[in-house]
Design a binder for this molecule. Structure first.
Ligand code: BTN
Length: 266
């Protein structure tokens, strides 16, 4: 990792109790998830937050990479050690996209959570969440929740930096046409994330699940790709394990665990 940066601006804005004790900010890392995982192996405490200005090897879901240019976006990972069963993991990770949707609300930007962990604005991806879980004896030992949010990239920059993927991407700058304070966005995100995390632990998953469902694309027609399966249907609901229940045209349902889901507009 290279040179740490000032974190005072972020902590000064935080009213959190867990996500404030150990916040590090680096100019550049390979991946904030990977770096935090190394710190966790060294015994780093729950609630640790790692933010980087740039990532050399940002990671996305399903083995994809997350292009992470310097100076423009948010790349942030949080270490959690929830005392919950492994079967809760998928539902718990919904707090990441739910928190982002709620922060975007405060900017007056309407967004939608897309299962499992994306956030869309006007059908384009503005943010993604990568949840990396370590299990032990049927329980979660450690969860690293990493979020990447496109904040200050204008359209020409996205076209240049993201290449082909730019067509499906957007940024908060693109939505608002003015620069975004990344420290403020990070602080707002941590506040909402902590709120939903503590709610999940104190009140159980139902509350988080209900709020996520209300902000997602349930009821829409979707295309689903998972391993060899490629089907279309209506995104119905989440099951108790957090899998997406999809109603196919023949009346049967599939429970999607790890796939790629695309909303279809008809
Ligand atoms: C996805 O949509 O596929 C998930 C993208 C997650 C990207 C973030 S950026 C911060 C954290 N560190 C990583 O290497 N990945 C996540």
């Amino acid at each position: 990792m290279e040179q740490a940066m000032e974190i005072g601006a972020i902590t000064a804005m935080l009213h959190t109790r867990l996500l404030r004790k150990h916040i590090e900010r680096w100019m550049e890392v390979d991946s904030t998830n990977a770096a935090l995982s190394r710190s966790a192996a060294g015994g780093c405490e729950e609630g640790a937050v790692l933010i980087a200005d740039a990532q050399r090897a940002g990671r996305g879901r399903l083995g994809k990479s997350w292009i992470s240019p310097p100076g423009v976006n948010l790349y942030l990972s949080v270490l959690l050690r929830p005392q919950v069963k492994a079967t809760e993991a998928r539902l718990l990770t919904l707090i990441g996209s739910l928190a982002i949707v709620e922060v975007l609300d405060t900017y007056g930007v309407q967004s939608q959570a897309k299962w499992p962990n994306d956030v869309l604005v006007a059908d384009k991806k503005i943010a993604g969440v990568l949840a990396e879980v370590q299990l032990r004896n049927g329980h979660i030992e450690q969860l690293i929740l990493g979020v990447g949010v496109n904040l200050n990239m204008d359209r020409p920059t996205m076209d240049r930096v993201f290449g082909e993927a730019a067509a499906g991407a957007t940024s908060l700058y693109e939505a608002l046409q003015h620069p975004i304070d990344r420290d403020l966005f990070a602080a707002q995100f941590l506040e909402r994330l902590e709120y939903h995390y503590l709610t999940f632990l104190e009140k159980g998953r139902a509350c988080v699940r209900e709020q996520w469902c209300a902000r997602s694309f349930l009821g829409c027609r979707v295309s689903v790709k998972e391993e060899d399966m490629h089907v279309e249907g209506i995104a119905l609901d989440l099951d108790d394990a957090g899998c997406l229940i999809t109603l196919l045209d023949d009346g049967s349902t599939v429970h999607v665990r790890e796939g790629e889901v695309v909303p279809l507009h008809q």
